[in-house]
Design a protein around this ligand. Structure first.
Ligand code: SAH
Ligand code: SF4
Length: 405
């Protein structure tokens, strides 16, 4: 079950609310520029002929300058600013906790609403400069057997505003405003935090449109990677709508094993998944798909499986990201031995695939991250964080992508 607070739709159809019901302020941070034009027009704050110009002006204040208060919009008339503040908000959600690792990794626990908390992690030296791992849902409906996030029920989808807020908060902390500042630290975004992004496509697509808009944060779509466990019917829409880079959580090369590791495979088995990937819009040697493969001792890590993997992905412009399994209390899985991982990687490399193996970064703050949340959530949060680190580091620490971008 998912409950989505879709602010963009609210902007388009205020009449759905009862005539006398007080309208909650719309967060402009979660609106694409066309949506902002519509919201400004419908609100009556901005006259129709000026809405497009005004929307770009406000969009730039919010996403280029990073302001959080209409009063800071010095080139907007005072009266208009006051009227905007009555109907809209551009405030950030609350940062409940912030941690910085010795290696520069940063982590924020963000409270989107009462009981809705997500963690966002920035890792330096990933991608061109550094990558931010964002969440798309709180919890997950899928129950991958090796993933601790999967043991937590879906609480709800995040809105575009809440996804964008994760980026804004990272930029606040990294002093990345204005967005065209030289020597930017945040160059890449990966949707590898909590949740299955393709089960929240509308909000994820809007968030990507906002983050990549050249009038604002301007992170190129080629530097935005969406990781999915394989929601095949949504792959084409992801490519068409977002032009984002694709990462697939593969983890097994045959249906019998993948059914166990990634139960969604029963719905969309490997032949369908591989066909969907081959048809992903824009795939080329310059825009390769990343296959994520978690290394599970004695489960999926034999040389035979490495050879089966090479065969399975033959002809697809791809790289493989081998993720050392991060164990969590209660799991029966163990991480593969280092020698097994190296042998596996060697087979992939010989077949011409780049297959980085990365160890998690920011261990010192990860160890403490459970303290940020309630006792029951502690272990899950910690496990989730570690996996994101390993996964995203492997996906992006590859200069070839940068040359292509
Ligand atoms: N739901 C999406 C994105 C979030 S998970 C997906 O499944 O792709 C990000 C990556 O971490 C996925 O490849 C996931 O399979 C992997 N992962 C999950 N649990 C892990 C663990 N305990 N150790 C290592 N990687 C894990
Ligand atoms: Fe959900 Fe991804 Fe974890 Fe599977 S691996 S349970 S899809 S977050």
């Amino acid at each position: 079950m998912s409950v989505t607070l879709d602010l963009s739709r609210m902007a388009h159809s205020p009449s759905r609310e009862g005539a006398d019901a007080p309208k909650p302020p719309i967060n402009l941070s979660g609106l694409t520029r066309p949506q902002m034009v519509a919201a400004l027009t419908e609100s009556g704050v901005v006259e129709h002929g000026k809405a497009k110009m005004r929307a770009t002006q406000i969009f730039r204040w919010v996403h280029h300058r990073g302001v959080t208060d209409f009063a800071q919009m010095s080139d907007v008339a005072k009266e208009t600013r006051a009227r905007l503040a009555e109907r809209f908000t551009i405030a950030r959600p609350e940062v409940v906790e912030r941690q910085v690792s010795k290696d520069g990794t940063r982590k924020w626990l963000i409270r989107m609403a009462p009981g809705i908390e997500v963690e966002t992690v920035y890792i330096p030296s990933v991608g061109r400069v550094g990558a931010l791992c964002v969440s798309s849902q709180v919890g997950c409906t899928l129950n991958c057997s090796f993933c601790h996030t999967g043991t937590q029920a879906l609480v709800r989808n995040l809105t575009a505003a809440e996804i964008v807020a994760q980026v804004q908060i990272a930029k606040d902390d990294l002093a990345e405003w204005p967005s065209d500042k030289e020597d930017r630290l945040l160059s890449n975004i990966v949707f590898m935090g909590m949740g299955e992004p393709l089960y929240n496509m509308g909000q994820v697509a809007d968030a990507i449109e906002i983050i990549s808009d050249n009038e604002g944060i301007a992170i190129s779509r080629r530097r935005i990677t969406v990781s999915t466990s394989g929601v095949v019917p949504q792959l084409e829409a992801l490519g068409e709508k977002t032009q984002a880079m694709l990462a697939i959580s593969l983890h097994a090369t045959n249906d019998a094993l993948r059914d166990v590791l990634v139960p969604l495979n029963k719905k969309y088995p490997l032949d369908q998944l591989m066909a969907g990937i081959r048809a992903y819009p824009g795939l080329s040697n310059a825009r390769r798909v990343t296959f994520e493969y978690v290394m599970l001792k004695g489960v999926n890590d034999s040389p035979d499986e490495a050879r089966a993997l090479v065969k399975l992905i033959k002809g697809i412009p791809a790289k493989v990201n081998l993720i050392p399994f991060n164990p969590w209390p209660g799991t029966d899985y163990q991480c593969s031995d280092w020698t097994a991982i190296e042998s596996f990687a060697a087979i992939l490399n010989r077949a011409g695939y780049s297959s980085p193996i990365r160890t998690p970064r920011g261990r010192d703050i990860l160890a403490a991250c459970g303290q940020l949340k309630s006792e029951s959530e502690k272990v899950r949060a910690s496990a989730m964080r570690k996996l994101s680190m390993a996964a995203m580091a492997g996906v992006l620490d590859d200069d070839e992508d940068e040359a292509a971008a």
